[in-house]
Write a protein that binds this ligand. Structure first.
Ligand code: BYC
Length: 347
């Protein structure tokens, strides 16, 4: 079994510049590298799982670190828009549900940071990338939650979109990510249902409550469609991600599945999806839908959405405020270790 510590360089980078210094490999090293690469390719072609100690090309490792850390950041930043409503939930029942949901998102972030750590990156490196604005996280969390109905709509639509994207990730070729996703998806489906149920209750309420739900749907619908990422033609990472079995279904196909699944749910709820082009296409057996504002999406991804600065500032402050907890935990662990060492020496 090849391992990460197996001492061979990665496959040579294509299109090396004229000044690039290529490592000189002995024949033995080159053969070992070729064997490692063929073993990896065979496993991927057979739809097998790559585990942390298996040899993997550096580009595969980097892609996974990028995607899993972005995913982890999304879960952690995703706690903020809904967290804003914990103190203002309309009843004890809704408050308890919301606290549990936000806590779950924190847990998802932690599983995912752990999965990324198995690829040789550290929690500190990932958090530093987030806090300095170098790392991406989902565009969707840069919009404000203006009313209580937004909390229900996040559950119904944002978590609904998240599940659509995340179910195929349970079959991702990287074992630790795939296994984390199985657990996350189970919890996400509870999140989606609680959102839908909360909106159902509001839709059975008075006209003001119904209008509040419709307004929230109007504000979130297009942002949720954009959440799946750029159109396939502009998705720079898709081809390689699919070749490696990291990504199983394309951005546009997932978006379409989400639209088709959500239209009947909107009917049950009694809300209108804000798209005059949305209609069933008999020939395609799918819904047609209107144009997504990709300029707005990219502005948000690049740090200029309505809440990007606020979200990042809140995360950085939370991290700084928590420094004493990390210091105390480390001091306690050191003390325990010293005590154990003393006991072992005395024995
Ligand atoms: N927001 O080539 P593409 C949740 C970036 S958590 C920001 O298609 P890929 C929840 C993309 O990163 C939801 N950036 O990329 C939590 C890439 O830039 P880089 C988070 C986006 O990786 C709490 C560039 O655009 N889910 O739901 O093939 C409460 C080109 O894109 C976005 C995940 O993270 C976006 N929306 O596909 C409630 C799932 N979309 O990195 C709910 C895991 C694209 O090259 N991630 N970009 O600089 C994935 O499945 C894939 O990474 C994506 C993008 C489908 C998101």
């Amino acid at each position: 079994m090849y391992t990460q510590s197996f001492n061979v360089p990665d496959a040579p980078v294509a299109a090396a510049g004229p000044r690039e210094i290529k490592p000189v490999l002995t024949q033995e090293q080159q053969q070992a590298m070729d064997r490692a690469q063929s073993q990896f390719d065979r496993l991927i072609d057979a739809d097998g799982k790559i585990e942390p100690k298996d040899w993997m090309p550096e580009a595969y490792r980097k892609t996974l670190v990028r995607q899993i850390s972005q995913h982890a950041h999304s879960e952690i930043v995703g706690m903020l828009p809904e967290g804003n409503w914990i103190s203002r939930a309309p009843s004890l029942k809704r408050k308890a549900i919301l606290i549990a949901k936000v806590q779950d998102e924190g847990g998802h972030g932690l599983y995912l940071y752990s999965a990324a750590e198995t690829l040789g990156t550290s929690r500190d490196q990932m958090l530093d990338a987030l806090h300095t604005g170098r790392a991406k996280y989902s565009s969707i969390f840069n919009y404000p939650t203006l009313t209580w109905a937004d909390v229900g709509v996040i559950g119904w639509l944002v978590d609904g979109a998240a599940i659509m994207n995340q179910i195929p990730l349970c079959r991702c070729s990287y074992g630790p990510y795939a296994r984390a996703m199985v657990r996350i998806c189970k919890e996400e489906s509870f999140h989606q249902r609680q959102g839908f149920e909360s909106l159902m209750v509001m839709m059975q309420g008075n006209a003001e409550q119904q209008a509040m739900v419709q307004d929230a749907v109007n504000r979130w619908w297009w942002k949720c469609l954009a959440m799946f990422g750029p159109p396939d033609a502009d998705s720079t990472n898709s081809t390689q991600g699919m070749r490696w079995g990291i990504k199983r279904i394309s951005n546009d196909d997932l978006r379409q599945k989400f639209v088709d699944a959500t239209v009947p749910q909107a009917k049950v709820l009694g809300v209108t999806l804000p798209d005059s082009d949305l209609k069933w296409n008999e020939t395609r057996g799918q819904h047609d839908y209107g144009q997504i504002d990709w300029d707005e999406f990219w502005a948000t991804v690049n740090g200029n959405g309505p809440c990007n600065k606020e979200r990042l500032a809140t995360r950085v402050k939370a991290h700084e405020d928590g420094q004493w907890v990390r210091d105390a935990a480390l001091a306690y662990a050191r003390k325990q270790q010293q005590r154990l060492q003393q006991q072992q020496e005395a024995a």
